[in-house]
Ligand binder design. Structure first.
Ligand SMILES: Cc1cc2nc3c(=O)[nH]c(=O)nc-3n(C[C@H](O)[C@H](O)[C@H](O)COP(=O)(O)OP(=O)(O)OC[C@H]3O[C@@H](n4cnc5c(N)ncnc54)[C@H](O)[C@@H]3O)c2cc1C
Length: 463
């Protein structure tokens, strides 16, 4: 029998009206802004003083070089650490786009010098030295070659990071450092090559973009930690809740008026830093699993997966913590749109945040949860989920991969047949679908949902 919604814990209050608006810019407006920023130098070169004497291929080569430079600088602005970026398209997609854009940038950087017909004073086989229209040599040649070598290094070390020694954070720092080096080398190359970048409209644009990139870096690595120092958290509890899985809860270090935790939307995540140093570069993204209506504690479900998370169980109560957030797009519709959740592993964290918030807000939208677990003998959060199913308008399908002999529910992997049987049988296009779990599971479930005629615009994913 469904229980009364009035049974919710007192510390949660209905707070829908108080939800913060961290939705971020729409995907299309971001694409448009990206194209404008990356193609602006071409427009500025065209309306400035076009170098009419140049052959068309040289113009194309310059266009490729300028577009690559703009794209390198814009990558600093369009990283997943800004809410206006990650708020709608999500940090996973931001990283995927970053990788794809990187291939294009690399292609442009490597190809463009071979297209020029005639750099001055250079007699490489692919140049026609009889028709000098571009001044290259000395600094511009050295910086161009330097940018080439750095680009090659960045691509090679990003292709299969797991094969490299050292932690993810070390790699990330080196990657960002190389990105800064690359931007400076290309800037020096562009300014000394005395082409379009020597003219005021384009050079002014480079100075603006370089300034914006520097401000972004300062914001992320200096201003944010500095602000975080003023809102420290401490570990309140750390409990083992399943196989290599932990529930971490934080509260604000100071009591009194400053006890309220960061406001967020259900399903969002934060970069979490544990330890005394707000300026430490080691932070990790984790989804909040508590209700967004909780004002005094904030919780995460964390699975041991590597050098940082493997030690999560050794963290002691009272350890200092800092949060950078909220970020992310896996948030419920403001209207009571029915939702289907397909979760595996720690993907249950953001789902819990949704369900706990619905409970607190007395939200009765129709919900289906398909929860893939390894074994039925230890299902993280099962008791709580079953209790919520009695109160919310929630149907739960546990899908067990390695069931014990007394398990009678769904079993196996999340394939098309199984999902088809667990999904709502009618009006599937009217539901919102949240797919949360390991990257491979998310990719495969998304493809299955598409085969089952779920419109891609109704699917939100996070891993
Ligand atoms: C948006 C988002 C939400 C997440 N939510 C949760 C959650 O609720 N619970 C949970 O257990 N895990 C979550 N993760 C995964 C979690 O961040 C990684 O498992 C964790 O950072 C691994 O760190 P490690 O040092 O233990 O392992 P490593 O071996 O160092 O990392 C394993 C992989 O995790 C990713 N990763 C590591 N550090 C970072 C970082 N600083 N920034 C971005 N990616 C990183 C990289 O892809 C890396 O290859 C989330 C990841 C993302 C992107």
């Amino acid at each position: 029998m469904k229980q009364s919604l009035g049974d919710r814990p007192d510390r949660m209050q209905p707070a829908r009206a108080a939800r913060p608006g961290y939705r971020g810019a729409s995907a299309w407006s971001l694409v448009l802004l990206y194209l404008v920023l990356v193609l602006a130098p071409l427009a500025l070169a065209a309306i400035g003083h076009p170098i009419a004497s140049r052959p068309v291929v040289d113009q194309i080569a310059s266009a490729l070089g300028m577009t690559a430079f703009a794209a390198v600088l814009v990558e600093f602005l369009f990283n997943g650490r800004h809410r206006w970026i990650s708020g709608r398209i999500g940090v996973d997609r931001t990283i995927r786009i970053h990788r794809r854009v990187a291939y294009v940038i690399v292609g442009f950087i490597f190809v463009h010098p071979f297209i020029y017909t005639a750099p001055d004073g250079v007699s490489w086989p692919w140049f026609n030295a009889a028709d000098p229209t571009l001044s290259i040599g000395g600094w511009s040649l050295a910086t161009g070659l330097g940018a080439w070598i750095l680009t090659a290094g960045m691509v090679l070390t990003a292709l299969d990071r797991r094969q490299l020694p050292g932690t993810y954070e070390t790699w990330r720092l080196i990657h960002v450092g190389c990105g800064i080096g690359l931007a400076l080398l290309i800037a020096a190359h562009a300014f000394t090559a005395s082409g379009y970048s020597a003219q005021l409209p384009v050079s002014g644009y480079w100075v603006l973009l370089l300034g914006a990139a520097i401000v972004t870096l300062l914001e992320i690595f200096v201003l944010r930690p500095w602000r975080q120092r003023r809102t420290p958290y401490v570990v309140q509890t750390i409990d083992r809740i399943g196989d290599r899985t932990w529930a971490l809860s934080l509260r604000r270090e100071r009591s009194g008026r400053a006890h309220k935790v960061m406001r967020f939307l259900p399903g969002q995540f934060a970069w979490v830093k544990l330890g005394r140093r707000a300026f430490a570069t080691r932070d990790h993204p984790f989804s909040m699993s508590t209700a967004s209506t909780e004002s005094t504690t904030i919780g995460f479900t964390i699975k041991e997966k590597g050098d940082f998370t493997d030690g999560i169980g050794d963290i002691t109560v009272g350890t200092r913590a800092y949060l950078d957030g909220p970020h992310g797009h896996l948030v419920p519709d403001e209207q009571p749109v029915p939702a289907v959740y397909i979760a595996a592993g720690t993907g249950i964290g953001p789902v819990l945040s949704h369900l706990r918030t619905f409970l607190a807000e007395e939200d009765r939208r129709p919900l289906t949860l398909i929860y893939s677990v390894t074994s039925d003998s230890s299902v993280p959060h099962r008791k709580e989920l079953d209790r919520m199913a009695e109160v919310l308008n929630l149907t739960i399908h546990y899908v067990v991969q390695h069931p014990t002999s007394w398990w009678h529910g769904a079993m196996g992997v999340l394939d098309g047949h199984l999902l088809d049987s667990c999904l709502p049988q009618h009006s599937r296009g009217e539901y919102r679908y949240f797919v949360c779990g390991p990257p491979l599971m998310v990719k495969s479930v998304r493809a299955i949902l598409r085969r089952l005629n779920v419109p891609s615009g109704r699917i939100l994913t996070g891993s």
